[in-house]
Write a protein that binds this ligand. Structure first.
Ligand code: NI
Ligand code: MN
Length: 229
């Protein structure tokens, strides 16, 4: 079975892994870059990297409507569970075999306060080892950290990295991240949503492809990429 990724703009993604639907950071309503409405998506799982509004997004209404299981850090899982959402809490360094693959949480250098000011624990990234053996690294919102080299040692097929600067890595550090991770493909996200994080993604793609072996996936919102088997 093939593994497909669709970018919905900003940090929102849809993964299709072995026929299972997984949404990531579904900030759709109020997201100027979004190409889809919250009530149009169908999913069985939702991954949330941290508590910020532009990532938690429409998690609660989507999870309630679809019955999706939300996979996130323990603090956010408790906060969501108290709002009637089905959750699976994990934490940094911990992995669990979900029906679409093995999901391990990684560190991310960022904040995670929830919209009501609650403590959202530590922000995370995800390494998904799909049933067909692909490794997908979703960095979440983060600054550069040297331990990305250890993540790279797992053999990453696709890394999804923020490049927008201001709140996360900008283009220079994201290029360093690609060098530490050594993925086959990189998908840049978290740019262009607002002027504050505007970037020339094609210029960044050229730098990455000049200086590394990694292929850059420059997608438009709602465009997809299927990983070769
Ligand atoms: Ni954030
Ligand atoms: Mn963000």
């Amino acid at each position: 079975m093939s593994d497909k990724i669709t970018w919905y703009g900003h940090s929102a993604l849809a993964l299709e892994i072995n026929g299972k639907q997984i949404l990531v950071d579904p900030f759709l309503e109020g997201n100027p870059a979004s190409c889809i409405q919250a009530d149009e998506v169908d999913t069985e799982f939702i991954l949330v990297t941290h508590g910020h509004e532009d990532h938690l997004g429409d998690t609660i209404p989507i999870a309630k409507r679809t019955g999706a299981l939300v996979i996130c850090n323990f603090e956010i899982s408790e906060w969501l569970r108290n709002k009637g959402v089905k959750t699976h809490g994990q934490h940094i360094g911990g992995g669990y075999r979900h029906p679409f693959g093995y999901v391990k949480l990684t560190q991310a250098l960022h904040g995670s306060m929830l919209p009501d000011g609650s403590n959202g624990g530590n922000p995370v990234g995800f390494i998904i080892t799909t049933l067909s053996g692909h490794k997908i690294y979703l960095a979440g919102d983060t600054g550069l950290f040297f331990d990305m080299r250890l993540i790279g040692e797992e053999g990453i097929d696709l890394a999804v990295l923020p490049i927008g600067d201001n709140y996360t890595m900008g283009p220079d550090d994201a290029l360093k991240a690609v060098k530490l991770l050594g993925p086959t493909y990189v998908l840049p996200i978290h740019y262009g949503t607002w002027d504050l994080i505007a970037q020339d993604v094609n210029a960044w793609a050229n730098r990455v492809e000049d200086e590394t072996q990694t292929k850059v996936l420059v997608l438009q919102p709602c465009q997809s990429f299927t990983l070769p088997e």
